[in-house]
Design a protein around this ligand. Sequence first.
Ligand code: NOJ
Length: 526
Amino acid sequence: MPNWLKDAVFYEIYPQSFKDTNCDGIGDINGIIEKLDYVRDLGCNALWINPLFDSPFKDAGYDVRDYKKVAPRYGTNADLYRLFGEAHKKGIHVLLDLVPGHTSEEHPWFLESKKAEKNEYTDRYIWTNCWFYGISGHPYIGGEAERDGCYMLNFFKCQPALNYGFLNRTADWQSAPDAPECIATREALKDIMRFWLDHGCDGFRVDMADSLVKEDDENKSATGAIWKNIREMLDKDYPEAAIVSEWCNPQQALKSGFHADFYLDHHGNGYNTLLRDNETPGGDHSFLKKDGNGDIMRFLIDYLPKYDGTKDDGYISFITCNHDTPRARLTLGYDELKIAWALFLTLPGVPFIYYGDEIGMRYLDIPTKEGGYTRTGTRTPMQWDNSRNHGFSDASSEILYLPQDPAEDAPTVEDQEKDPSSLLNVTKELIALRHKYTDLQADGSFDVIYAEKKQFPFVYRRGNLLLAINPSENKASAALTEEAYILPNDQKATKLTPVYSIGEFKQEANTLTLKGQSFVVFSLEA
Ligand code: NOJ
């Protein structure tokens, strides 16, 4: 486990929208370099940058045309190498986005693979052996190649699936996962990883990490075997490199060698019940919504088995949002967001803050761009200040990659820096708190102290710290049982000293009362 992950707080940057330094209306690498002090001062010590590689951008860069070349619109490879160096000087690690399951249909491997005559790349992708036979249960395309066959898609039409084989094979055109052509795909992936690691990157967020071997078993053991092999390479040659998976199944992902796995807004996930409760008939009952009448148990029932089952293998990553997810500001106001970030930044694992969430940027209802569809509204340019284009770009507003929040009260970093109680300043305090107390970091223990169905507050312990959160708009109390006072070394705490709070609280004998929308952290002392 790379040591730096233990105290990592990530900041996700969507490069299109962070900072434009050459006035073409789209963000660039030099813009990220310019804003590294901002990231550091926020308290974030790691970055995940969405794909920066050469691409036709039919899926915002998740359709890679050249894995080893920076897209000219963002700069050059030399700029990216400089970003690694500058980030490191400020104590910031950098993860790139690795897309292992598919390429762009314009990738040179695919152009070769489409050819009728056999060549090195014929089996780099998944093809049937006849133009007339498709692939049941999977999306595919026929009629577009000189080659006699249909090819499988991994996501959009522009993203043919790379060939890592089929575990359960039903047709003779399907390769076994250990066939030479599948090993060649895996080795090509390792070569890409080595290329960027050798140039100074610190690891990868891995796109659709579970999508490699098709017709895998329910444990995804064949896909897992590929990642274990890759992890062996990392442990041997790049022990400080980290890999974080988009798998959303920590039991599988962490056993397969990932250091952390995202807890995403997938159907049925406990994470949704906290702030994106869009599946409950009868309204939004998110726990973090002040009038949601939420229920922390809906989260814990899903999260606790995941946490208990994986805490020795790696980390679960909570996100404030990501480039695929509606921004939390869609349904929560600033005060609710403060409490929400308080929870995410004090849970175990490695947290990720999506750019702009620290100031509560809005989700905008805007037309799709680069295959974003409903995701586009979450990807708008960062709002730095009150100057032209909110300081994102000096270009004319008409050519901005995406429009900005037109509201009079659009949040900006400049405004929030001036207000001590702003979401930005509270987020900074919360991150600083996490850095200050090892107990709050990735490895610190996590115990539920008070959690009752449809009741507030939620009280939990992280090592020698006792935390209570009341996101509802009403006052709420909890009785602190004996258990709350037993320290990890089995001594009994006699003193509770508040070390941080948002809103108001009162502790009398064994009763803890929090006003609506409050949060408190106590240090437990023997
Ligand atoms: C997941 C990425 O987060 C998303 O943005 C992308 O469209 C798909 N994978 C396909 O690569």
